[in-house]
Design a binder for this molecule. Structure first.
Ligand code: MG
Ligand code: MG
Length: 260
């Protein structure tokens, strides 16, 4: 069932989403060549707890960390380990926070140093897919309108759209109905209504759409080991209008002229 939120509940979702945005900003200030994924995870957990939040991924179905960090061919759900980031990597950082009983969940793919032009383009197009998904999230429209917009743009550029993992509703729970797939047809799926809070999160592959799970039972990688990018925002439908609850402004401010 879909839980429609009151205005007050949406404000709590916004506060949680903003804490995730700020956490990604902290990560943006630290991420660079030579830094370990574990270090980033420790900093994120520290920041969230210092601000009275709870890392929502930690312990979720047994996930062991605060962030999902997915490098290059990893699509999502990477477990932060001792890997040290290298020049040319793309690094998807996904973060979830429970603040006052409501959840935020969003993600950014960082480009480190000299990224191959075809991979640069993948990251840019994936961000465009996210923005198109958000633009097509309209009251009285359908979830499929979001899905269609994301899929069209990705496939027009020759990329693979992951099928096995999808966006979702969120609120008191990290994952709620409805599913928000990154593929589908216009007018399909649930009707978009006031009070919906959604995580829109395109996962776009340079090559095949096929993925597999590593033996750690978490990390999803592309079947052809080509890179994958991932961006995520949280949106809410209030009084017939879609508002983006999360922001990349903290990331942008932290990155300035260093990495992107
Ligand atoms: Mg999500
Ligand atoms: Mg996420």
């Amino acid at each position: 069932m879909i839980y429609l939120k009151t205005r007050e509940e949406i404000e709590l979702c916004r506060e949680a989403a903003q804490m995730v945005s700020k956490t990604l900003g902290v990560i943006a200030g630290e991420i660079r060549e030579g830094i370990s994924l574990k270090h980033l995870d420790t900093r994120a957990e520290q920041f969230i707890r210092d601000n009275k939040g709870i890392p929502a991924f930690k312990g979720y179905s047994g996930f062991p960390a605060t962030l999902c960090i997915s490098v290059n061919e990893a699509v999502v759900h990477g477990i932060p380990n001792d890997y040290e980031i290298r020049d040319g990597d793309i690094v998807s950082v996904d973060c979830g926070v429970n603040l006052n009983g409501f959840h935020g969940d969003h993600a950014y793919t960082f480009r480190i140093g000299n990224v191959a032009p075809e991979v640069e383009k993948l990251v840019e197009v994936t961000l465009e897919c996210l923005n198109l998904g958000v633009e097509n999230c309209k009251a009285n429209g359908h979830i499929g309108d979001i899905s269609f917009a994301v899929q069209q743009h990705a496939e027009k550029n020759g990329y693979g759209v992951v099928r096995e993992l999808v966006g979702h509703g969120l609120g008191k729970n990290l994952h709620e109905k409805p599913d928000v797939p990154n593929y589908g047809s216009r007018g399909s799926g649930k009707k978009i209504k006031n009070g919906m809070v959604l995580a829109i999160e395109p996962m776009i592959n340079l090559g095949t759409k096929s993925v597999r799970t590593l033996p750690d039972n978490w990390t999803i990688i592309t079947a052809d080991k080509k890179p994958s990018a991932h961006f995520e925002h949280n949106v809410a439908v209030i009084d017939g209008k879609t508002e983006v609850l999360s922001t990349f402004d903290f990331v942008k401010a932290a990155l300035k002229n260093s990495v992107r």
